[in-house]
Design a protein around this ligand. Structure first.
Ligand code: NI
Ligand code: MN
Length: 228
């Protein structure tokens, strides 16, 4: 499986099927990719904040991809005339060659209209994705929670995508604890350095994780790919 980082929390997984997660592309200072150039089968959205919903609806329209998220977020997207598949926390479903399971996340989820009206979009979530014989966990935006220990206990995680930016999510110290609980083989840090508020040094995170756990940390620049 080819894993491409598109900046912030956006990843493209290419195997037997193509999956895009949290496509914040327009307005993302970290990426140069154009949304209209992206062709995928599924778009997984962890929660309803602009830096994760991003270009979800536009890419679903242009590529014909199905949006997968919690019921509230999927229903919100459906009003724009796109394909959606609603799920919820703890549930899994097979989409052709890929199995997707929704994992809890400790965060918020809501979109604010131009007039300030807030649309609550259900629980935020993370995803466990089984594709090409590999297992990827994208945590979405979340704080640290001890039940992360269950994720790696149910099935070994080959790759964990975890936020380290702090302020809105786990910072590097809590992300290190998350790695100890999840026990993944490889970790790619995300949700940092997009803006000054979430500036972090990923090299320090890498040193700490590789000193204290058997996991390997791969630091990616937007546009970089990693073969899993
Ligand atoms: Ni968020
Ligand atoms: Mn975010």
């Amino acid at each position: 499986m080819k894993v491409t980082f598109m900046g912030h929390s956006c990843f493209l997984l290419e195997g037997e099927t193509k999956i895009l997660i949290d496509p914040f592309i327009t307005g993302n200072p970290m990426t140069k990719i154009k949304p209209e150039d992206i062709n995928v089968d599924l778009i997984l959205v962890t929660h309803g904040h602009a830096d994760h919903m991003g270009d979800t609806v536009a890419i679903a329209k242009s590529s014909g991809a199905t949006i997968v998220s919690v019921f509230e977020l999927a229903s919100y997207c459906a009003q724009f005339g796109v394909q959606t598949h609603a799920m919820h926390i703890g549930g899994s479903n097979r989409f052709g060659p890929v199995q997707v399971k929704l994992i809890p996340a400790l965060h918020g989820s809501g979109m604010v209209d131009e007039d300030g009206t807030i649309h609550y979009l259900g629980n935020p979530c993370g995803f466990v994705i089984n594709l090409d014989g590999k297992t990827v966990y994208h945590s979405g935006d979340t704080g640290l929670f001890s039940d992360m220990g269950l994720i790696g206990k149910r099935q070994p995680i080959d790759l964990a995508l975890l936020p380290i930016g702090d302020n809105f999510t786990m910072g590097p110290d809590d992300a290190l604890e998350a790695v100890k609980l999840i026990k993944p083989s490889v970790v790619i840090p995300m949700h940092y350095n997009t803006w000054p508020l979430i500036a972090q040094n990923p090299e320090e995170f890498k040193q700490d994780v590789e000193k204290e756990t058997p996991a390997r940390v791969v630091i990616m620049q937007p546009g970089d790919s990693y073969e899993l």
